[in-house]
Design a protein around this ligand. Structure first.
Ligand SMILES: CC(=O)N[C@H]1[C@@H](OP(=O)(O)OP(=O)(O)OC[C@H]2O[C@@H](n3ccc(=O)[nH]c3=O)[C@H](O)[C@@H]2O)O[C@H](CO)[C@@H](O)[C@@H]1O[C@H](C)C(=O)N[C@@H](C)C(=O)N[C@H](CCC(=O)O)C(=O)O
Ligand SMILES: Nc1ncnc2c1ncn2[C@@H]1O[C@H](COP(=O)(O)OP(=O)(O)OP(=O)(O)O)[C@@H](O)[C@H]1O
Ligand SMILES: N[C@H](CCC[C@H](N)C(=O)O)C(=O)O
Ligand SMILES: [Mg+2]
Length: 499
């Protein structure tokens, strides 16, 4: 962070409290940290209230490491009073220190790509962000997508989180800008919105995909989870931005209401008559689909080499976002047939000698499991075999619902492990199996995939759900290399005699 020089608190939009610590307005800081273990000499340490602790408990460690200023809330200042009195740093108090940190990080890093769009919703964020980036790239623009799969496009790096915390996020946006990136599409996770991680980003547009159950381990209620997502439109998107909303989702009109309250322009997308960009028809075959849609009274038809009807919904939202950010509709529509599938989302992984295909998908919520299996159905004449599992240390209530979704929509279900983390894998599988008793239980994921591939007859398809682009299986504190696409290819090769 040193390469950005130093800045005074005033330059960072912060005013220290005169009666606390040094009270010095012109305190210069050399960088920002949210974790005491990363504080360097002269840093501003943001001591944030957390789920496990209050960052204030680490103020003594941060000051010992050389922090020159502390950003916290009233409670934090009280908890750290002794260390503040001893070290006399500048102390900035904020009612919402996470939001203050987001604004400060934006001022610290100064630059971001000229056009940034954000996508929220339970499912489809990575897909919409990636398709939007692909559209921009096909239009000749320097573009990236930022989210679960890292930073991809004209500038590439890891991101760690779906929505990185503000210091990392603004660092990425600055570096992307420095590499000449003018357009960025980012994911706004509910954690990210609840923790104000993207409040400092200047958005040109924001999209809403859909809303169903997930993350009830973090959000106290379903409504709290929705309120976090709605914050993108009720708070983060500026009034001159454009909201691009999937109007088919039952919560779409509510999101539109939040935008309307702030006089934000809305572009409605969906199959409903009310949509501005309207999906009219889809025709499926083994390798993709033809889609027909309408914009401003003109019908368009194009080929999408993608599996799954919902991909067309995601692509319509992406086209809407690109439009909302200023691209010419006709030019956007012309490039749709060149869009490539998103890694680990209905990705074709392998084909058996008998023609049966294997797909890898990131479905890890009840809705996504149902959607993914149903979406595969029109492309497949035979049976659908689904491999599912649920993550440990995550929303437990979704497990039986995922089992029920698989049992209802697939012909054969195999229940296996998906990142058990600190939990007992067999106990997780049991919670899924409650709702799909006739499923086959195979704990070892490689073996589950092998068994699924082995069961494939001509015309069947195997859908491996849950890990998508992931490259590891998290067991306890260990991460074992594991890639569903690779395992599918190995299984096909082993069974069909290629190796
Ligand atoms: C549950 C969650 O979102 N936690 C985030 C939250 O941490 P927390 O409130 O639990 O922190 P805490 O452990 O109580 O500690 C309080 C504060 O003390 C600080 N601390 C802690 C220990 C120490 O030695 N020194 C120190 O300074 C912490 O940095 C924190 O600021 O605030 C931290 C700092 O802003 C985040 O790094 C942290 O993200 C953690 C790493 C995380 O794993 N988050 C995941 C669940 C997440 O954000 N996922 C979403 C969604 C993914 C999806 O859609 O599926 C994502 O956007 O990636
Ligand atoms: N529009 C959609 N409607 C319903 N399900 C979808 C939709 N788009 C994607 N999915 C399902 O959700 C899974 C995850 O898709 P994607 O990664 O794009 O979503 P995400 O919102 O980024 O997820 P995460 O929050 O885990 O990062 C896909 O593999 C697919 O099964
Ligand atoms: N980013 C999400 C998706 C995880 C997908 C699944 N593979 C799991 O481990 O539950 C999470 O951490 O909840
Ligand atoms: Mg994602």
């Amino acid at each position: 962070m040193g390469r950005l020089g130093t800045k005074t608190l005033t330059e960072l939009g912060l005013s220290p409290v005169a009666s606390l610590g040094s009270g010095k307005l012109d305190t210069r800081v050399t960088g920002l940290s949210v974790d005491s273990r990363k504080v360097a000499e002269g840093h501003l340490f943001a001591a944030l209230p957390g789920t496990q602790a209050h960052g204030a408990d680490f103020v003594p460690a941060a000051l010992k490491a050389g922090a020159a200023a502390i950003l916290t809330d009233r409670l934090g200042a009280q908890r750290a009073a002794e260390a503040i009195a001893a070290y006399q740093p500048a102390v900035v108090l904020a009612e919402d220190p996470r939001q203050a940190l987001a604004y400060t990080a934006a001022l610290w890093f100064e630059r971001q790509p000229e056009v940034v769009a954000a996508v929220t919703g339970t499912n489809g964020k990575t897909s919409v962000a990636t398709f939007t980036r692909q559209i921009w790239t096909l239009l000749g623009l320097e573009a990236v997508n930022i989210g679960t799969t890292g930073v991809e496009g004209a500038f590439e790096t890891g991101s760690g989180h779906t929505t990185p915390e503000p210091i990392t996020l603004h660092n990425i946006l600055h570096d992307a800008w420095e590499h000449g990136v003018t357009h960025a599409a980012m994911e706004a996770s509910s954690h990210g919105l609840a923790q104000r991680r993207l409040d400092g980003v200047r958005l040109a547009a924001a999209a809403f995909t859909n809303f169903t159950q997930d993350h009830l381990d973090y959000h106290a209620t379903f409504e709290e989870y929705f309120a976090a997502k709605a914050g993108l439109f009720a708070r983060v998107l500026p009034e001159d931005g454009v909201a691009v909303i999937n109007i088919d989702d039952p919560r779409g009109p509510e999101i539109e209401g939040y935008a309307a309250e702030r006089n934000i322009d809305v572009l409605r997308v969906g199959r409903s008559e009310a949509a501005d960009l309207r999906l009219i028809a889809q025709r499926f075959d083994a390798t993709g689909m033809d889609v027909r849609f309408d914009f401003a009274g003109t019908p368009y038809q194009t080929r999408l080499n993608l599996i799954g009807g919902f991909q067309a919904e995601n692509i319509m939202l992406s086209a809407g976002l690109a439009m909302a950010c200023g691209a010419e509709p006709d030019r956007i529509f012309e490039c749709l047939h060149d869009l490539k599938g998103v890694r680990g989302r209905m990705q074709h992984a392998a084909t058996r000698d008998n023609g049966a295909a294997v797909f890898v998908d990131y479905a890890h919520t009840p809705d996504a499991v149902a959607t993914a299996i149903k979406a595969l159905r029109p492309h497949v004449m035979g049976r659908i075999i689904a491999v599912i599992g649920a993550g440990g240390d995550r929303d437990r209530t979704k497990r039986p619902l995922m089992g029920a979704a698989a049992a209802e929509h697939a012909d054969v279900v195999i229940v296996t492990d998906d990142n058990p983390r600190s939990e007992d894998p067999a106990a997780i599988r049991a919670e899924i199996l409650v709702a799909c008793a006739s499923a086959l239980e195979v704990g070892d994921r490689a073996e589950a995939i092998l068994r699924g591939v082995d069961a494939l007859q001509a015309g069947d398809a195997l859908l491996i759900c849950g890990k998508g682009h992931e490259t590891g299986q998290v067991v306890g504190d260990d991460v074992f290399p594991f890639d569903d696409v690779e395992q599918a290819s190995l299984a096909v090769a082993a069974l069909d005699g290629a190796i």
